[in-house]
Design a binder for this molecule. Structure first.
Ligand code: IPM
Ligand code: MN
Length: 360
Protein backbone atom coordinates (compact mmCIF):
# COMPACT_ATOMS: atom_id res chain seq x y z
CA UNK A 1 0.00 0.00 0.00
CA UNK A 2 1.19 3.54 -0.65
CA UNK A 3 0.64 5.84 2.33
CA UNK A 4 0.44 9.45 1.22
CA UNK A 5 0.92 11.46 4.42
CA UNK A 6 1.22 15.13 5.27
CA UNK A 7 3.30 15.94 8.34
CA UNK A 8 2.71 19.18 10.24
CA UNK A 9 5.42 19.28 12.93
CA UNK A 10 4.16 22.61 14.29
CA UNK A 11 5.64 24.30 17.35
CA UNK A 12 7.60 23.56 20.52
CA UNK A 13 8.09 19.82 21.01
CA UNK A 14 5.97 19.09 17.91
CA UNK A 15 8.96 18.56 15.55
CA UNK A 16 10.75 16.25 18.04
CA UNK A 17 7.81 13.97 18.69
CA UNK A 18 6.70 13.80 15.06
CA UNK A 19 10.25 12.85 14.04
CA UNK A 20 10.00 9.75 16.25
CA UNK A 21 6.47 9.01 15.02
CA UNK A 22 7.75 9.12 11.43
CA UNK A 23 10.66 6.86 12.37
CA UNK A 24 8.17 4.27 13.61
CA UNK A 25 5.98 4.73 10.53
CA UNK A 26 8.97 4.12 8.24
CA UNK A 27 9.88 1.00 10.21
CA UNK A 28 6.33 -0.32 9.75
CA UNK A 29 6.49 0.44 6.03
CA UNK A 30 9.82 -1.42 5.70
CA UNK A 31 8.65 -4.43 7.61
CA UNK A 32 5.27 -4.86 5.90
CA UNK A 33 6.33 -3.71 2.42
CA UNK A 34 4.36 -0.46 2.22
CA UNK A 35 5.69 2.74 0.71
CA UNK A 36 5.35 6.08 2.48
CA UNK A 37 5.21 9.40 0.63
CA UNK A 38 5.79 12.16 3.16
CA UNK A 39 5.15 15.83 2.58
CA UNK A 40 5.80 18.48 5.22
CA UNK A 41 4.01 21.81 5.68
CA UNK A 42 3.65 24.70 8.10
CA UNK A 43 0.96 25.05 10.75
CA UNK A 44 0.67 27.15 13.91
CA UNK A 45 3.21 29.61 15.30
CA UNK A 46 5.94 28.63 12.87
CA UNK A 47 3.49 29.29 10.02
CA UNK A 48 2.71 32.74 11.42
CA UNK A 49 6.42 33.52 11.66
CA UNK A 50 7.12 32.35 8.11
CA UNK A 51 3.96 33.39 6.27
CA UNK A 52 1.87 35.60 8.57
CA UNK A 53 -0.92 33.00 8.58
CA UNK A 54 -1.41 30.16 11.14
CA UNK A 55 -2.86 27.94 8.38
CA UNK A 56 -1.32 28.90 5.03
CA UNK A 57 -3.42 28.05 1.99
CA UNK A 58 -0.84 25.58 0.71
CA UNK A 59 -1.07 23.65 4.01
CA UNK A 60 -4.84 23.35 3.62
CA UNK A 61 -4.45 22.21 0.02
CA UNK A 62 -1.84 19.59 0.90
CA UNK A 63 -3.96 18.28 3.79
CA UNK A 64 -6.92 17.85 1.46
CA UNK A 65 -4.71 15.98 -1.01
CA UNK A 66 -3.13 13.62 1.56
CA UNK A 67 -4.59 10.28 2.69
CA UNK A 68 -3.94 11.34 6.28
CA UNK A 69 -2.25 14.13 8.21
CA UNK A 70 0.07 13.76 11.21
CA UNK A 71 0.31 16.83 13.43
CA UNK A 72 2.77 17.55 16.26
CA UNK A 73 1.56 20.45 18.41
CA UNK A 74 0.83 24.15 18.03
CA UNK A 75 1.27 27.13 20.34
CA UNK A 76 4.07 29.54 21.22
CA UNK A 77 4.31 31.87 24.22
CA UNK A 78 5.01 34.96 22.07
CA UNK A 79 1.41 34.80 20.88
CA UNK A 80 -0.11 34.65 24.38
CA UNK A 81 -1.61 38.11 24.11
CA UNK A 82 -2.70 37.86 20.47
CA UNK A 83 -6.40 37.78 19.58
CA UNK A 84 -7.77 34.31 18.67
CA UNK A 85 -7.62 34.87 14.90
CA UNK A 86 -3.91 35.64 15.06
CA UNK A 87 -2.93 32.74 17.31
CA UNK A 88 -1.21 29.45 16.37
CA UNK A 89 -4.23 27.52 17.73
CA UNK A 90 -6.37 29.03 15.00
CA UNK A 91 -4.30 27.06 12.49
CA UNK A 92 -5.22 23.79 14.19
CA UNK A 93 -8.90 24.71 14.42
CA UNK A 94 -8.74 25.65 10.73
CA UNK A 95 -7.24 22.35 9.62
CA UNK A 96 -9.77 20.35 11.67
CA UNK A 97 -12.61 22.28 10.09
CA UNK A 98 -11.30 22.13 6.54
CA UNK A 99 -10.81 18.36 6.81
CA UNK A 100 -14.24 18.00 8.39
CA UNK A 101 -12.90 15.61 11.05
CA UNK A 102 -15.82 15.88 13.43
CA UNK A 103 -14.97 12.97 15.74
CA UNK A 104 -11.86 13.16 17.89
CA UNK A 105 -11.09 9.81 19.51
CA UNK A 106 -8.92 9.99 22.61
CA UNK A 107 -8.25 6.60 24.19
CA UNK A 108 -7.20 6.67 27.84
CA UNK A 109 -5.57 3.50 29.19
CA UNK A 110 -3.74 2.85 32.41
CA UNK A 111 -0.82 0.66 31.34
CA UNK A 112 0.14 -1.74 34.13
CA UNK A 113 3.78 -0.64 33.99
CA UNK A 114 2.79 3.01 34.44
CA UNK A 115 0.56 2.62 37.49
CA UNK A 116 3.24 4.25 39.65
CA UNK A 117 3.48 7.20 37.24
CA UNK A 118 -0.04 8.34 38.09
CA UNK A 119 -0.36 10.50 41.21
CA UNK A 120 -3.64 8.69 41.96
CA UNK A 121 -3.88 5.61 44.16
CA UNK A 122 -3.15 2.40 42.24
CA UNK A 123 -6.46 0.72 43.09
CA UNK A 124 -8.35 3.64 41.53
CA UNK A 125 -6.38 3.74 38.30
CA UNK A 126 -5.86 0.02 37.63
CA UNK A 127 -7.79 -1.36 34.68
CA UNK A 128 -8.82 2.01 33.27
CA UNK A 129 -9.65 1.62 29.57
CA UNK A 130 -11.90 4.22 28.00
CA UNK A 131 -12.14 6.23 24.85
CA UNK A 132 -13.28 9.82 24.87
CA UNK A 133 -15.19 10.75 21.72
CA UNK A 134 -14.97 14.51 21.49
CA UNK A 135 -17.02 16.42 18.92
CA UNK A 136 -14.34 18.45 17.12
CA UNK A 137 -15.70 20.81 14.48
CA UNK A 138 -18.61 22.53 16.23
CA UNK A 139 -19.70 23.97 19.56
CA UNK A 140 -18.32 27.01 21.30
CA UNK A 141 -14.94 26.78 19.52
CA UNK A 142 -16.58 27.76 16.24
CA UNK A 143 -19.96 29.33 17.13
CA UNK A 144 -20.92 32.84 16.07
CA UNK A 145 -21.54 35.55 17.13
CA UNK A 146 -18.19 35.83 18.86
CA UNK A 147 -15.86 38.67 19.74
CA UNK A 148 -15.09 41.51 22.12
CA UNK A 149 -16.80 44.90 21.78
CA UNK A 150 -17.49 48.06 23.75
CA UNK A 151 -15.29 49.93 26.19
CA UNK A 152 -14.86 50.49 29.91
CA UNK A 153 -17.38 48.85 32.21
CA UNK A 154 -19.47 47.98 29.14
CA UNK A 155 -16.69 46.09 27.39
CA UNK A 156 -18.24 42.71 26.57
CA UNK A 157 -17.07 39.35 25.26
CA UNK A 158 -19.35 36.85 23.51
CA UNK A 159 -18.95 33.22 22.48
CA UNK A 160 -21.73 31.00 21.23
CA UNK A 161 -22.19 27.31 21.89
CA UNK A 162 -24.13 26.00 18.94
CA UNK A 163 -24.95 22.51 17.66
CA UNK A 164 -27.30 21.29 14.98
CA UNK A 165 -29.15 17.99 15.24
CA UNK A 166 -27.10 16.65 12.31
CA UNK A 167 -23.81 17.44 14.05
CA UNK A 168 -24.91 15.64 17.21
CA UNK A 169 -26.26 12.65 15.30
CA UNK A 170 -23.10 11.91 13.35
CA UNK A 171 -20.71 12.04 16.30
CA UNK A 172 -23.14 10.02 18.42
CA UNK A 173 -23.31 7.29 15.77
CA UNK A 174 -19.53 7.17 15.77
CA UNK A 175 -19.52 6.69 19.57
CA UNK A 176 -22.13 3.92 19.47
CA UNK A 177 -20.30 2.10 16.66
CA UNK A 178 -17.09 2.21 18.69
CA UNK A 179 -18.93 0.95 21.77
CA UNK A 180 -20.25 -2.05 19.82
CA UNK A 181 -16.66 -3.22 19.36
CA UNK A 182 -15.81 -2.59 23.04
CA UNK A 183 -17.73 -3.04 26.30
CA UNK A 184 -20.98 -1.74 24.78
CA UNK A 185 -21.52 1.27 26.99
CA UNK A 186 -21.77 4.95 26.05
CA UNK A 187 -21.67 7.70 28.68
CA UNK A 188 -22.90 10.97 27.21
CA UNK A 189 -21.63 14.06 29.01
CA UNK A 190 -23.58 17.33 29.03
CA UNK A 191 -24.78 20.24 31.15
CA UNK A 192 -28.46 19.79 30.42
CA UNK A 193 -29.49 21.13 33.84
CA UNK A 194 -28.41 24.59 32.63
CA UNK A 195 -27.82 24.75 28.86
CA UNK A 196 -30.38 24.42 26.06
CA UNK A 197 -27.51 23.30 23.90
CA UNK A 198 -27.05 20.29 26.17
CA UNK A 199 -30.78 19.60 26.23
CA UNK A 200 -30.74 19.14 22.46
CA UNK A 201 -27.54 17.10 22.78
CA UNK A 202 -29.15 14.70 25.25
CA UNK A 203 -32.39 14.39 23.27
CA UNK A 204 -30.56 13.58 20.02
CA UNK A 205 -28.19 11.10 21.70
CA UNK A 206 -31.22 9.24 23.11
CA UNK A 207 -32.80 9.12 19.66
CA UNK A 208 -29.62 7.80 18.04
CA UNK A 209 -29.25 5.18 20.79
CA UNK A 210 -32.44 3.50 19.51
CA UNK A 211 -30.40 2.37 16.47
CA UNK A 212 -28.00 0.53 18.82
CA UNK A 213 -30.13 -1.60 21.15
CA UNK A 214 -27.08 -3.67 22.14
CA UNK A 215 -25.30 -0.62 23.62
CA UNK A 216 -26.18 0.75 27.06
CA UNK A 217 -26.50 4.53 27.32
CA UNK A 218 -26.08 6.64 30.42
CA UNK A 219 -26.01 10.41 30.85
CA UNK A 220 -23.81 12.34 33.22
CA UNK A 221 -23.45 16.05 33.93
CA UNK A 222 -20.01 17.37 33.07
CA UNK A 223 -19.16 18.52 36.59
CA UNK A 224 -19.98 15.10 38.00
CA UNK A 225 -18.08 13.47 35.13
CA UNK A 226 -14.95 15.41 36.08
CA UNK A 227 -15.24 13.92 39.57
CA UNK A 228 -16.13 10.37 38.48
CA UNK A 229 -13.13 10.26 36.13
CA UNK A 230 -10.79 10.24 39.10
CA UNK A 231 -13.10 8.46 41.59
CA UNK A 232 -14.18 5.54 39.45
CA UNK A 233 -12.57 5.60 36.00
CA UNK A 234 -13.33 1.92 35.32
CA UNK A 235 -17.05 2.72 34.94
CA UNK A 236 -16.31 4.47 31.63
CA UNK A 237 -16.11 2.71 28.27
CA UNK A 238 -17.00 5.24 25.55
CA UNK A 239 -17.38 8.84 26.75
CA UNK A 240 -19.28 10.99 24.25
CA UNK A 241 -19.17 14.74 24.58
CA UNK A 242 -19.10 18.12 22.89
CA UNK A 243 -15.98 19.98 21.87
CA UNK A 244 -15.00 22.06 24.91
CA UNK A 245 -16.10 19.54 27.55
CA UNK A 246 -14.05 16.92 25.68
CA UNK A 247 -11.01 19.18 25.61
CA UNK A 248 -11.14 19.65 29.36
CA UNK A 249 -12.01 16.06 30.34
CA UNK A 250 -9.30 14.54 28.14
CA UNK A 251 -6.57 16.49 29.95
CA UNK A 252 -7.98 15.10 33.17
CA UNK A 253 -7.80 11.63 31.60
CA UNK A 254 -4.06 12.16 31.23
CA UNK A 255 -3.69 11.80 34.98
CA UNK A 256 -5.03 8.24 34.67
CA UNK A 257 -2.59 7.39 31.88
CA UNK A 258 0.37 8.63 33.91
CA UNK A 259 1.27 11.59 31.71
CA UNK A 260 -0.38 13.69 29.03
CA UNK A 261 2.58 12.71 26.87
CA UNK A 262 1.05 9.22 26.61
CA UNK A 263 -2.23 10.19 24.96
CA UNK A 264 -2.72 9.79 21.21
CA UNK A 265 -5.70 10.98 19.23
CA UNK A 266 -7.42 10.32 15.94
CA UNK A 267 -9.69 12.89 14.35
CA UNK A 268 -11.85 11.16 11.79
CA UNK A 269 -15.10 11.37 9.89
CA UNK A 270 -13.95 13.86 7.27
CA UNK A 271 -14.13 13.41 3.51
CA UNK A 272 -11.95 14.99 0.84
CA UNK A 273 -13.31 16.65 -2.31
CA UNK A 274 -12.70 13.30 -4.08
CA UNK A 275 -15.09 11.66 -1.61
CA UNK A 276 -12.27 9.68 0.06
CA UNK A 277 -12.10 9.60 3.86
CA UNK A 278 -9.38 11.53 5.62
CA UNK A 279 -8.01 11.72 9.14
CA UNK A 280 -5.90 13.99 11.30
CA UNK A 281 -3.68 12.35 13.90
CA UNK A 282 -2.30 14.37 16.77
CA UNK A 283 -1.07 13.70 20.28
CA UNK A 284 -3.32 15.25 22.95
CA UNK A 285 -0.47 17.21 24.55
CA UNK A 286 0.44 20.78 23.67
CA UNK A 287 3.67 22.31 22.39
CA UNK A 288 5.37 22.45 25.84
CA UNK A 289 7.72 25.31 24.90
CA UNK A 290 9.48 25.00 28.26
CA UNK A 291 11.08 21.67 27.24
CA UNK A 292 11.22 22.17 23.47
CA UNK A 293 14.47 21.27 21.74
CA UNK A 294 15.79 19.35 24.75
CA UNK A 295 15.14 15.80 23.54
CA UNK A 296 13.04 15.22 26.68
CA UNK A 297 9.47 15.10 25.42
CA UNK A 298 7.52 11.84 25.47
CA UNK A 299 6.97 10.73 21.84
CA UNK A 300 4.51 7.95 22.72
CA UNK A 301 1.43 10.15 22.21
CA UNK A 302 2.64 10.89 18.68
CA UNK A 303 3.66 7.26 18.06
CA UNK A 304 0.28 6.06 19.32
CA UNK A 305 -1.30 8.50 16.88
CA UNK A 306 0.58 6.72 14.06
CA UNK A 307 -0.90 3.43 15.27
CA UNK A 308 -4.36 5.04 15.14
CA UNK A 309 -3.62 6.31 11.61
CA UNK A 310 -2.63 2.84 10.39
CA UNK A 311 -5.86 1.48 11.84
CA UNK A 312 -8.47 4.14 10.99
CA UNK A 313 -7.11 5.68 7.78
CA UNK A 314 -5.54 2.63 6.17
CA UNK A 315 -7.30 -0.35 7.76
CA UNK A 316 -3.86 -1.84 8.59
CA UNK A 317 -4.99 -3.52 11.81
CA UNK A 318 -2.05 -5.88 12.13
CA UNK A 319 0.48 -3.06 11.73
CA UNK A 320 -1.42 -0.85 14.19
CA UNK A 321 -1.57 -3.62 16.78
CA UNK A 322 2.17 -4.25 16.31
CA UNK A 323 2.97 -0.58 17.02
CA UNK A 324 0.83 -0.67 20.16
CA UNK A 325 2.54 -3.87 21.29
CA UNK A 326 5.98 -2.38 20.61
CA UNK A 327 5.05 0.64 22.73
CA UNK A 328 4.03 -1.67 25.55
CA UNK A 329 7.28 -3.61 25.27
CA UNK A 330 9.22 -0.37 25.63
CA UNK A 331 7.06 0.78 28.56
CA UNK A 332 7.61 -2.56 30.31
CA UNK A 333 11.37 -2.24 29.79
CA UNK A 334 11.33 1.03 31.73
CA UNK A 335 12.85 3.04 28.88
CA UNK A 336 10.59 6.07 29.29
CA UNK A 337 10.95 9.84 29.32
CA UNK A 338 11.16 11.98 32.45
CA UNK A 339 7.42 12.83 32.54
CA UNK A 340 6.76 9.18 33.51
CA UNK A 341 9.17 9.43 36.44
CA UNK A 342 11.23 6.30 35.75
CA UNK A 343 13.24 4.77 38.58
CA UNK A 344 16.51 5.00 36.62
CA UNK A 345 17.86 7.52 34.13
CA UNK A 346 15.07 8.97 31.97
CA UNK A 347 15.34 8.11 28.28
CA UNK A 348 15.42 10.79 25.62
CA UNK A 349 12.73 11.40 23.01
CA UNK A 350 14.99 9.85 20.41
CA UNK A 351 15.85 6.80 22.53
CA UNK A 352 12.18 6.03 23.07
CA UNK A 353 11.47 6.37 19.35
CA UNK A 354 14.41 4.12 18.48
CA UNK A 355 13.36 1.59 21.11
CA UNK A 356 9.83 1.36 19.68
CA UNK A 357 11.21 1.01 16.14
CA UNK A 358 13.61 -1.70 17.34
CA UNK A 359 10.81 -3.55 19.18
CA UNK A 360 8.95 -3.68 15.88
C1 IPM B 1 -6.27 19.98 22.14
C2 IPM B 1 -5.72 21.36 22.29
C3 IPM B 1 -6.38 22.28 21.28
C4 IPM B 1 -7.87 22.30 21.56
C5 IPM B 1 -5.80 23.71 21.24
C6 IPM B 1 -4.31 23.70 21.01
C7 IPM B 1 -6.49 24.55 20.21
O1 IPM B 1 -5.88 21.81 23.60
O2 IPM B 1 -6.20 19.42 21.01
O3 IPM B 1 -6.79 19.43 23.11
O4 IPM B 1 -8.33 23.04 22.44
O5 IPM B 1 -8.60 21.59 20.88
MN1 MN C 1 -6.64 20.29 24.97
Amino acid sequence: MNLNILVLPGDGIGPEVTREAVRVLNRVADKWGHSVSLTEALLGGIAIHKTGNPMPEVTARLALAADATLMGAVGLPEFDDAPPEKRPERGLLGIRKILGVFANLRPVRAYASLIESSPLKNHLVEGTDMIIVRELTGGIYYGTPRGISGVGAEERAVNTMTYTRAEIERVSRMAFHLAQARRKKVTSVDKSNVLENSQLWRRVVIEVSAEFPDVALEHILVDNCAMQLVLNPRRFDVVLTENMFGDILSDEGAVLAGSIGMLPSASIGGRRPSGAWTGLYEPVHGSAPDIAGQNKANPLGAIGSVAAMLDYSFGLKEEAAAVNRAMETVLNSGRVTADLRPAGRPSTTEEVGEAVAAAL
